[in-house]
Design a protein around this ligand. Structure first.
Ligand SMILES: Cc1cc2nc3c(=O)[nH]c(=O)nc-3n(C[C@H](O)[C@H](O)[C@H](O)COP(=O)(O)O)c2cc1C
Length: 171
């Protein structure tokens, strides 16, 4: 029996390089007998974290009422994650960053309440798919790895693979 994955697509552009590479990767996982739920962040209404501290005072809650409420429920169910983002200024896209900032709620659950958000205590696996436009250069993917490591830690997920694609702006 295969595993269940959630694939988070953080490109601002529909069906461009990040999404195409992700779809290919998902196709292979499904061929191997895994199940994958794909979500495109661009399809969700996600506001910025207001840094109001509400999640620090109310376990598992964020006072911003938008589509993150749906996404929090999805995040709690999965142990296998694929996070696909374009590289913007050597880190993830701004859409990804807005989503990640809203996961401060998960940080509070784990480190303040000491009751992690995930349904399962099993250690999770995280796969990063980063897509960059320029030719390969030093530190091109470093920011993405640092921020996604911080994001995944809140869910007790370890990065097991970072797939790096570059030169899309020449294709
Ligand atoms: C705001 C912005 C910042 C970018 N910064 C970088 C960068 O730091 N390094 C790089 O190699 N490419 C950079 N790119 C190029 C994108 O990573 C590239 O076009 C990628 O294919 C975008 O993903 P998409 O095809 O899914 O939209 C940037 C593009 C934009 C729009």
């Amino acid at each position: 029996m295969g595993d269940k994955y959630i694939a988070i697509m953080a490109s601002h552009r529909k069906n461009k390089f990040t999404e195409k590479y992700l779809d290919k990767y998902i196709e292979e996982l499904v061929e191997d007998g895994n199940e994958v739920e794909k979500i495109s962040l661009r399809d969700y209404d996600i506001g910025i974290c207001k840094a109001c501290g509400y999640c620090g005072r109310n376990y598992g809650k964020c006072c911003v009422e938008d589509d993150m409420q749906v996404l929090y429920e999805k995040l709690r169910k999965y142990r296998n994650f694929i996070f696909a983002s374009p590289v913007y200024f050597n880190t993830v896209s701004s859409l990804a960053k807005i989503f990640i900032d809203r996961c401060q709620m998960l940080f509070e659950c784990k480190y303040n309440y000491r009751k992690p958000w995930s349904d399962s205590e099993e250690k999770g696996r995280g796969i990063i798919l980063s897509v960059a436009g320029a030719c390969e250069y030093e530190n091109q993917f470093k920011g993405s790895e640092i921020i996604l490591d911080a994001f995944f830690k809140n869910l007790n997920v370890e990065i097991v693979e970072h797939i790096k694609i570059c030169e899309t702006d020449f294709k």
